[in-house]
Design a binder for this molecule. Structure first.
Ligand code: PLP
Length: 427
């Protein structure tokens, strides 16, 4: 980890060219890499030497971008994945297998909730879903002998719950398991979960990191702080010989990088959710301006939230950066420089008025996306979360009338003018 501040890391971390090399991170558009002897190649397969041989396992472009994100988060090792979904799946499946148990917060992105309740159950992993505001004592009671990890979001999409990091980290560590946090919404520019006891961070790089809505991708970063060797029987995949790699013991051979090396060597090898180097290149371009964009996203979102709060058509507004929001104080503590550009609100007149309002917007588009430069809205109950029952929706903190508004980095007055004309269509 370098000592530079986050703005400098956004630009300078990762690719560091030496004499005569490309100033800008090259796209290694190659499936394979050349060696001179079969012994050299054999050593790579045995994990005796580090090096590239096949892009499904590792690619230099991806690794330089992962190294930048790792540095931004203050981690020890990182890897890119094909999507945020793949990142969250690998982060859990690298620790838990059939017969194991995990604990997740109910305030999660719909795709993650589905993955970690329905799909993972088909692999024989049992999940307990907890309210993120559960008391520490009640949380402690949810752990079992076979619990392998806890997963939550730093700011949940779309319910905008700011996580009580210390409570979740305390309970997880007392039970001898790591806390995994999806840090997609605040990004490491606004929040660095490792500083609050989180062990592993995941990202959908598709969102603010790319920031321009051009490439789907994900990332896993390990802090290197969780000591797997204290619980070898709980984490045999990390602490005991891996027969599929000639008896490699990841914790012994790779130390603080054990978790990421195992995920690369086994999950990426077998499941193959690699990010394309071309997409990693776009993510890297996005990262270079992430600090500037996050600042503007947050400024605009706060202006819009304040304006909505005073609008007669609006029933309620949630934005953790807005004074009076239930998560305002916690956001100030964990993300003092800002939260994210996403806010939610409900319109008086219910579902019908909401749909009419959204259809009347001109600048602000209806799209299944958040966290890019362009302002957009979505109605989760009829779009992203439509696979969930009303009960599950409410459990995930998503009201049926909730409109998710990803505030872009256009001029805030133009955004507000568009809202104003759409509201006037309701009269
Ligand atoms: C979008 C999102 C995901 C899923 O990421 P994809 O890149 O779409 O697979 C996971 N977590 C959060 C918080 C998200 O917003």
């Amino acid at each position: 980890m370098s000592d530079y501040r986050i703005e400098t890391k956004c630009i300078q971390s990762g690719w560091k060219p030496s004499k005569g090399e490309a100033r800008i991170l090259p796209i290694y558009q190659s499936t394979t890499f050349k060696y001179d002897t079969s012994e050299q190649m054999g050593d790579l397969f045995d994990l005796k030497e580090s090096g590239y041989f096949y892009t499904r396992l590792q690619n230099p472009t991806n690794d330089f971008v992962a190294a930048k994100i790792c540095d931004m988060e203050g981690g020890a090792a990182a890897m890119l994945t094909s999507s945020g979904q793949a990142a969250n799946f690998y982060s859990v499946f690298n620790l838990a297998e059939a017969g194991d148990h995990i604990i997740i917060s109910s305030a999660l992105y719909g795709g993650t909730f589905n993955l970690l309740t329905t799909t993972i159950a088909k692999m024989g992993i049992e999940t307990t879903v907890v309210d993120p505001e559960i008391s520490l004592d009640d949380l402690r009671k949810e752990f079992k002998e076979n619990t392998k990890c806890v997963l939550a979001e730093s700011i949940s999409n779309p319910s905008l719950v700011v996580l009580d990091f210390e409570k979740f980290a305390t309970a997880a560590h007392e039970a001898g398991v790591p806390l995994i946090v999806d840090n997609t919404f605040p990004t490491p520019v606004n929040c660095r979960p490792f500083e609050y006891g989180v062990d592993i961070v995941t990202h959908s790089t598709t969102k603010y990191m790319d920031g321009h809505a051009v490439s789907v991708g994900g990332c896993i970063v390990d802090s290197g702080n969780f000591d797997w060797t204290k619980y070898p029987d709980k984490f045999p995949g990390l602490c005991y010989p891996d027969e599929s790699y000639h008896g490699t013991v990841y914790t012994k051979q790779f130390g603080k990088a054990a978790y990421i090396v195992k995920a690369t060597a086994t999950l990426m090898r077998d499941l193959g959710s690699i990010q394309s180097p071309q997409n990693a290149f776009y993510v890297n371009l996005g990262l270079e301006t992430l600090h500037l964009r996050m600042q503007r996203h947050c400024e605009n979102a706060l202006k819009v939230a304040k304006w909505l709060q005073n609008n007669e058509n609006v029933a309620w507004v949630n934005y953790p950066g807005l004074e009076g929001d239930p998560y305002y104080e916690r956001a100030k503590k964990y993300m003092p420089n800002g939260t994210c550009g996403v806010l939610t609100f409900g319109i008086k007149g219910g579902r019908e008025a909401s749909i009419k309002f959204m259809d009347s917007l001109k600048l602000i588009a209806i799209v299944t996306h958040v966290a890019d430069t362009r302002s957009c809205v979505l109605h989760p109950a009829s779009h992203t979360h439509r696979q969930m029952t009303d009960e599950q929706l409410l459990e995930a903190g998503v009201k049926p009338d909730l409109i998710r508004f990803s505030v872009g980095i256009e001029n805030a007055d133009d955004i507000i003018a568009d809202l104003e004309q759409a509201f006037s269509s309701l009269k």
